[in-house]
Write a protein that binds this ligand. Structure first.
Ligand SMILES: Cc1cc2nc3c(=O)[nH]c(=O)nc-3n(C[C@H](O)[C@H](O)[C@H](O)COP(=O)(O)OP(=O)(O)OC[C@H]3O[C@@H](n4cnc5c(N)ncnc54)[C@H](O)[C@@H]3O)c2cc1C
Length: 492
């Protein structure tokens, strides 16, 4: 997919590459800077792989202070900077630019402090998501947000995108599980926002910064909540004859007030590929499957699952099966969490991410299928149903540019539909470049102007993560130039 516009690089900056690289080496040390072509190529894309741009240089610093020195230097030189975690963004959020330096956080991956009585943990943000839980699991604790990419993705990227996961229905997404961050501003200032306590005094800048997609600063440390693990947990599989029936069942469960830990949805194409990959015991004779997980003591689990079955009855599940034990539970979740990779074995696909009010789920699923059919494309749906967070996976042939283009158009139509029914362009994957031009569908000019003014406060030269999140033509509304500081170097 290559129709998303990317700005022309600043040739004057590109021409100064050797000097800028030498300066970065002087600041961060030779081992921290990647300047050769092969080395830089490893960073040229993220998980939106249709888009590639070679970065000017890549720096992998080991301290907050080094990052501060790099940003201060880039700020004075008018050089753009793109923060990067593991590069698993599906929205092109970490896509480099030819005139920008990529600052990767991967070497800053240490646990700094664990406070079990206070149920907090302080970490460097280059730590992978799964390693946070691994550090406290022996003590019976866990970190709740669990993106399917958790083996690879970093807390930094999770903070950038306000990431979620299957188990966020009960525990909330990243923003609900982080108490404080240390962040470096483009000017080199190091600020602490929030702390190891609830409801910090003053403006709630933490909420502003989490999910800001590398637009405000580079986050190097965070204090996260850790939660005491429940006595036990068990998933149940419920098969249905139609996606609509499964969708109505989800709405009924949520409306009942009972919040399971997770309610995940798969339609037939998704069930088939996931079962072939994970041999999880998913039923193959249904049109839609719900994975519903509850937790607690054995008695609580049994009681909750019975309640779920009772609630599901009016929607006539065609099958139901309760996990027989930890091994099967692990397989059930492996199937779900490997879904994107499993689908990738049979087709190229474009992973959408939008959110809708739960009550609209059945009609939206029908409309998604109609949209994809109208473009002559197949779609697999697999998503966090309890949150109304949809992930239609639109299949196309990457060797056929026309089908790729149609997939992107179908995706735009689906996101527009999410907004029309009262939902949102994003669920957990962020805006990046992918949804940047759709922002005007969600927000009016005043809404956007306020968001852009806030970015200007943190990054007056608009040097951080350029061409992401805000529509490229935003300055044509007359908004942008007035917001930039005239005392700073010319911005992007
Ligand atoms: C197979 C697969 C499954 C996925 N499943 C899920 C899922 O279940 N839930 C979900 O939410 N997402 C999911 N994702 C998307 C992706 O993994 C998340 O967005 C993740 O949080 C990105 O983390 P990362 O470390 O790869 O960050 P990157 O992709 O490197 O960066 C993501 C964003 O964060 C910014 N950023 C990076 N580091 C910093 C920093 N130090 N300070 C400030 N900003 C920074 C970047 O500039 C960029 O805008 C999935 C992706 C894949 C490929």
């Amino acid at each position: 997919m290559t129709h998303i516009r990317l700005p022309e690089p600043d040739r004057a900056i590109v021409a100064r590459r050797d000097q800028i690289t030498a300066d970065l080496i002087a600041i961060a040390g030779r081992d921290a800077v990647i300047s050769d072509e092969d080395g830089r190529r490893a960073f040229e894309t993220d998980a939106l792989t249709s888009y590639r741009r070679m970065p000017l240089a890549v720096v992998l610093p080991e301290t907050t202070e080094t990052i501060a020195n790099i940003l201060r230097y880039c700020h004075t030189q008018g050089v753009k900077v793109i923060a990067r975690g593991a590069g698993t963004s599906l929205a092109g959020g970490a896509l480099p630019a030819e005139d920008a330096v990529v600052v990767g956080i991967s070497k800053m991956n240490r646990v700094l402090d664990i406070d079990l009585p206070g149920r907090t943990m302080r970490v460097q943000t280059g730590i992978t998501n799964v390693s946070i839980t691994a550090a406290v699991a022996p003590d019976g604790f866990f970190y709740a947000p669990d993106p399917s990419s958790q083996l690879a993705c970093t807390l930094a990227g999770n903070l950038g995108m306000n990431s979620g996961g299957a188990h966020c229905l009960k525990y909330g997404v990243t923003t609900n599980n982080v108490l404080g961050v240390r962040m470096v501003l483009m000017t080199g200032e190091i600020v602490d926002i929030g702390g190891p306590y609830v409801d910090a005094a003053g403006l709630d800048l933490l909420s502003l910064v989490i999910g800001s997609e590398g637009q405000m600063g580079i986050i190097t440390e965070a204090t996260v909540r850790i939660i005491r693990a429940a006595e036990g947990a068990r998933p149940m599989l419920l098969g249905f004859d139609s996606s609509e029936a499964a969708g109505r069942c989800v709405s009924a469960i949520i409306a009942s007030g009972i919040i399971p830990v997770a309610i995940e949805f798969m339609d037939r194409p998704a069930i088939e590929v996931c079962e072939a990959y994970a041999k999880a015991g998913y039923p193959l004779d249904c049109e839609a499957l719900l994975i519903i997980e509850v937790e607690g003591s054995e008695t609580e689990i049994t009681e909750r699952l019975e309640q779920m079955l009772e609630l599901a009855k009016p929607f006539r599940p065609s099958s139901h099966a309760i996990s027989s034990g930890p091994d099967q539970s692990a397989k059930i979740w492996k199937g779900r969490k490997s879904a994107f990779g499993a689908l990738g074995r049979i087709a190229d696909y474009y992973c959408m991410d939008g959110t809708i009010p739960l009550g609209r789920l059945p009609e939206v699923l029908t409309a998604i299928s109609q949209i994809c059919t109208s473009y002559g494309l197949r779609v697999a749906n697999i998503f966090h149903a309890g949150d109304g967070n949809l992930h239609p996976l639109i299949m196309f042939d990457a060797n056929d540019p026309a089908s790729e283009q149609r997939a992107e158009q179908a995706g735009s139509d689906i996101l527009a539909l999410c907004v029309e029914v009262g939902g949102c362009l994003t669920g957990e994957h962020g805006v990046g470049i992918e949804k940047r031009d759709l922002m005007a569908k969600q927000f009016n000019a005043d809404d956007l102007r306020v968001q852009m003014r806030l970015k200007s406060v943190f990054d007056p030269g608009w040097l951080l993560n350029p061409a992401k999140v805000f529509p490229l033509d935003a300055d044509q509304r007359g908004d942008l130039p007035a917001m930039r500081s005239s005392t700073l170097p010319a911005a992007a």
